[in-house]
Ligand binder design. Sequence first.
Ligand SMILES: NC(=O)c1ccc[n+]([C@@H]2O[C@H](COP(=O)([O-])OP(=O)(O)OC[C@H]3O[C@@H](n4cnc5c(N)ncnc54)[C@H](OP(=O)(O)O)[C@@H]3O)[C@@H](O)[C@H]2O)c1
Length: 245
Amino acid sequence: MRLKDKVAIITGSSRGIGRATAILFAKEGAKVVINCKERVDKAEEVLDEIGKENGIVVKADVSAEEGAKQLICEAVKQFGRIDILINNAGEILRPGDWNSDVETWQKTLDTNLTSAWLMIREVAPVMLKQKSGSIVNLTSTVGLLGSQFVLAYGVSKLGVVNITKSMAKELAPDIRVNAVAPSNVMTDMTKGAGDALIEKFKQATPLKRIADPEELAKAILFLASDEASYITGEMLVVDGGYSLK
Ligand SMILES: NC(=O)c1ccc[n+]([C@@H]2O[C@H](COP(=O)([O-])OP(=O)(O)OC[C@H]3O[C@@H](n4cnc5c(N)ncnc54)[C@H](OP(=O)(O)O)[C@@H]3O)[C@@H](O)[C@H]2O)c1
């Protein structure tokens, strides 16, 4: 087991990639802090699947300072330490176009970018005291390539790349910080794009399919675990070749 007795917080793990990661981490021996913003029912389903002895559910909005603090506090209270943080919570808010409104722009940045910074700011003192820790942030090929209709989201995800590299330098040598960049993964987020766009994504992907959340979970596990012990500040693109020129 690659995460035996490790304590892992996975933000946004009630659904999608976070859910698949929580299940895989528990199979690898971790105690998992499952987090959601609203869907406690879905988070409880994940806890049922991994077994109540292997985790807890914490409802907290990680885009807000008090939510991030609450999540860290409850994890430490329950398990006494935090070995792994996966900054996975994210959302594409509509309308996401370049000429959208300030409120949607700000909320998109708060949800996808500020959340990652807040969670790292709050977890770092715990990990620094332990003299160990591993952080994986979810970015996106949209942040690297640019895209139509999701400007604020793309900007937020490029910001996550900078947080990854900057914090890898800030928190070394005891804490590693890496990122995973998916293109299209079959989750509620992608389903929201509609069938026509999903087909377009498939055709634009050399592997001719959309990723399963479990395929992202494996990449996240690799970077979070000691198997990646000499990797920090790195971004692993998991996109079926989508961003190849
Ligand atoms: N799906 C893709 O194709 C794709 C591609 C590239 C990158 N990504 C990135 O991968 C990550 C996961 O995406 P996904 O597709 O798995 O998403 P998803 O299926 O839509 O699930 C989103 C998760 O994030 C949680 N969440 C959203 N805002 C939150 C907040 N403020 N505080 C706490 N939790 C919050 C949701 O909680 P509730 O259930 O309570 O709403 C849910 O658990 C995101 O960062 C996303 O940007 C996804």
